[in-house]
Design a binder for this molecule. Structure first.
Ligand code: SF4
Length: 322
């Protein structure tokens, strides 16, 4: 059996909310509140939930852009939870991120050549000529012409800019890439091109992906496993196929039933949930989903369910799902 490349145990990221004249932290935004999961080498794990559920914060904790409040992140068996400064540099080489809006993550005043050369300079890799060769190779891998090196990010379309972001993320031969809504801002026709590119790169370089999305339809085809996140916790985890065809948690069922069906004549039983995700500063008691759950019971308002095995799923719900 393969050892996981990433192991996350009871991870918490609580942001202080400063209030009052003295700006003291009286409350905390519990963006991530006790998340555990593993990713194997070369595997894609989809992480799905509505805006504000904590999935991007979780991704940034794993990439160590945030320092977690509690819990543990192990990468290839090494505890990286509290690494700082120079000790983080090798981790930054092996764990990379692709962001939703490449225009925000690419320096608009730098040429594409400079943007793609920067990781090699930071990690002291190669001489100038060798770096230039690597930059041209990266552009070729992501399907952009080598003349792109002298152009600026604003001269490219959204899909092309995301290709530049992807090229930068794979520059240092990472083992794990955290894809934070990488196609959400793109047209549907471009989305599939970028998804196909990510799948090709995964096969070529044996990349593991944590693929974050708010839309289950986007992740279902590319994910080996899918974790559903709600208000800082994972509420269901299963294979991509089983999540899609046999969702167990009421929240997952509502996400699945919200996926548009191409055939207008096909009868669909929609399980619509109403209301917004509650604030992670003062989450509801018991099961955090209870104010919106169509199956809520008295017990749900008092007791918080933990993940338990139901067939080949992990589910956090008090319902009898066996
Ligand atoms: Fe709904 Fe209760 Fe299950 Fe929560 S624990 S999802 S409120 S049935």
């Amino acid at each position: 059996m393969t050892d996981p490349i990433l192991k996350v145990s009871n991870l918490k990221m609580h942001f202080p909310v400063k209030e009052g004249i003295l700006l003291r932290a009286q409350k905390f935004n519990r963006a991530v509140d006790g998340v555990s999961f593993e990713i194997n080498p070369g595997e894609t794990m989809g992480l799905v939930g509505e805006s504000g559920c904590g999935k991007s914060t979780l991704g940034r904790c794993i990439a160590r852009l945030y320092s977690p409040t509690d819990g543990k992140i192990e990468f290839e068996g090494t505890d990286i939870t509290h690494l700082r400064g120079k000790k983080l540099l090798p981790i930054r080489q092996h764990i990379q991120m692709i962001f939703q809006d490449p225009m925000e993550s690419l320096n608009a005043r730098h040429t594409v050549g400079d943007i793609l050369e920067e990781p090699f300079i930071i990690h002291r890799m190669g001489e100038k000529a060798e770096r230039a060769t690597r930059v041209r190779k990266l552009l070729d891998i992501v399907g952009l012409p080598s003349r792109s090196v002298t152009r600026y990010p604003f001269e490219f379309s959204g899909g092309q800019r995301q290709r530049i972001g992807i090229a930068r993320s794979i520059a240092l031969n990472p083992k794990l890439v955290i894809c934070d809504e990488p196609v959400s801002a793109l047209d549907v026709s471009i989305q599939s091109q970028i998804l196909n590119l990510l799948v090709d790169l995964q096969q070529e370089f044996n990349l593991a992906y944590l693929f974050i999305a708010h839309d289950l339809a986007v992740v279902k085809h590319i994910s080996d496993r899918i974790a559903i996140m709600y208000l800082g916790n994972i509420v269901e985890e299963a294979t991509g196929e089983s999540t899609y065809h046999k969702p167990r948690h009421p929240y997952t069922r509502s996400l699945i039933s919200a996926i548009p069906v191409p055939d207008p004549h096909k009868q669909v039983n929609r399980e619509v949930i109403t209301g917004d995700v509650p604030s992670p500063i003062s989450p509801p008691s018991g099961c955090h989903f209870h104010p919106r759950c169509p199956n809520v019971m008295d017990k749900c308002k008092a007791d918080s369910p933990t993940l338990r095995r139901v067939a080949d799923h992990q589910v956090a719900c008090h319902l009898d799902l066996d």
